[in-house]
Design a protein around this ligand. Structure first.
Ligand SMILES: Cc1cc2nc3c(=O)[nH]c(=O)nc-3n(C[C@H](O)[C@H](O)[C@H](O)COP(=O)(O)OP(=O)(O)OC[C@H]3O[C@@H](n4cnc5c(N)ncnc54)[C@H](O)[C@@H]3O)c2cc1C
Length: 433
């Protein structure tokens, strides 16, 4: 059986290894247009910052002797009747089973000058390396456009490299998709402590070019101001990379639709990872969850099914973790609920940090935890995430998620305890305290 996998990252690699584990006679070809063998994408900002060694980048490939990895190989189209993929290099490869694990790409600003040599997305190792070359070439000031998780991470990295960095955000605080403005402002303060200037209410309206075709400044309206720069990084989020699927007649800006076994509408073709619209346990609806662990889970399950299995995907949960100076933020599930049967409870405590839980008809569907001591309190956060994944009712929890201390044993045996500190169960702290 010939398995062709487009995309050699979290989902593609997990799928290739799963196929090999189930079917020792399978032929597996893993294709990526990137010039690198599989690497750990979430590390690119830390590598740019100089905080992780390059050896951490590379992902080990199990059963490497049975997986053919082809780098710098772009797939242009798929012919589902002929069962072949057509490569930019002019070649075609036939398959019995195909996985689309094409991931996502940064959203564009939609402005003239975006293709200038000193304007970057921040998605790939090549982006981090190109920015590194700019810094080594003398770039001193950077504008990061967009205050989502990637924007915050890249701003941190550039500041760590000694650049004068301004994070320009259209909304009133960073991470506005994840936390409320009050908590977002704490994140902004932590960024400022790290040397990142944060400008809120700044919407880019034009990239201003110099004579050499490079961008020298960005105009913002509002507030009607021009900021000079040596380089620009777009941090406007990502969109699923669906172009191959769209040529096949399915897939759109919300990803590739798949069934419970991660099959696309066409027989013999699966999809997984940041490109796939799979079941989301918090929303109880199909949704792309663009995170590494979900891509690995989905890739592995798709691989087992491609090799003959019939497994159903239990669903994914959005999760994010980011460290900004002394703050460590972890979020899971629905953090900014729409109008409807939702209730938000939150506590900000200067010592213990911030907690927000989102309930739908009394069921936990989302949470945000910000630890202020540089640690997220992984035990507590892990408990909360497990409860959201299971869809626990808040009234049935053996702990109060807005309370600081929760012990593993109390959770495991279904009773409230004093956790790590003597003195018994502590009541919730007052909001805003
Ligand atoms: C800076 C940054 C930080 C992140 N931090 C975290 C984090 O802390 N935690 C977390 O869970 N997630 C994080 N993520 C997200 C995580 O990296 C993604 O969820 C994960 O990489 C998705 O894996 P994937 O295999 O679905 O797709 P991708 O990693 O996007 O890989 C898709 C692959 O497909 C290839 N491809 C696409 N189209 C074609 C084609 N036509 N022909 C050939 N090859 C093609 C691409 O070259 C690419 O190699 C971060 C992402 C970034 C950019």
């Amino acid at each position: 059986m010939r398995h062709v996998i487009v995309g050699a990252s979290a989902a593609g690699l997990a799928a290739a290894e799963a196929v090999c584990a189930v079917d020792p006679s399978a032929e597996v070809t893993l294709l990526t247009e990137e010039p690198y063998p599989p690497y750990c994408r979430p590390l690119i900002s830390y590598a740019l910052a100089g905080e992780v060694p390059h050896t951490l980048y590379d992902l080990p490939l199990r059963c490497a002797d049975r997986i053919q990895v082809r780098t710098s190989t772009r797939v242009l189209r798929v012919d589902p009747e002929e069962k072949a993929v057509f490569l930019k290099k002019g070649e075609s490869l036939s398959f019995d089973r195909l996985l689309l694990a094409t991931g996502a790409v940064p959203r564009l600003l939609g402005m003239a000058g975006e293709d200038a040599a000193n304007v970057f997305g921040f998605r790939a190792r090549a982006d981090a390396e190109a920015i590194d070359r700019e810094i080594r070439g003398g770039a001193r000031t950077a504008l990061v456009l967009g205050g989502g998780l990637v924007g915050v991470k890249v701003a941190h990295a550039l500041a760590a490299r000694g650049l004068e960095v301004t994070l320009c955000i259209g909304s009133e605080a960073p991470l506005s998709q994840v936390v409320n403005p009050e908590a977002g402002r704490r994140v902004a303060e932590a960024l400022e402590e790290e040397g990142v200037a944060v400008r809120t209410g700044y919407r880019p309206s034009a990239l201003v070019g110099g004579e050499d075709g490079r961008i020298t400044a960005v105009r913002f309206d509002p507030p009607g101001e021009i900021l000079r720069c040596d380089l620009v990084v777009r941090g406007k989020g990502v969109r699923p990379r669906t172009e191959l699927a769209e040529l096949l007649g399915f897939g759109d800006r919300d990803g590739i639709p798949v069934d419970a076994r991660l099959r696309t509408p066409l027989p013999g073709i699966w999809a997984a990872g940041d490109v796939a619209r799979t079941f989301d346990v918090a929303w109880q609806a199909p949704r792309v969850n663009a995170i590494w662990p979900a891509a690995v889970e989905q890739g592995a399950l798709a691989g087992r099914n491609m090799a003959g299995g019939h497994e159903a995907y239990p669903g994914s949960l959005a999760m994010n973790s980011v460290k900004v100076g002394r703050l460590h933020l972890v979020s899971a599930g629905i953090t900014r609920p729409p109008e409807g049967p939702y209730e938000v409870r939150e506590v900000w405590d200067p010592a213990a940090g911030y907690r927000r839980v989102v309930l739908r008809d009394g069921v936990l569907v989302g949470a945000v935890v910000i630890g202020t001591d540089g640690r997220p309190g992984p035990d507590r956060t892990g408990l909360l995430i497990a409860a959201i994944r299971r869809g626990d009712r808040i009234a049935d929890l053996p702990f109060d998620p807005l309370v600081d201390r929760i012990s593993w044993s109390g959770f495991a045996f279904g009773r409230k305890t004093g956790g790590h500190e003597p003195g018994g169960y502590q009541p919730p702290r007052p909001a805003g305290g």
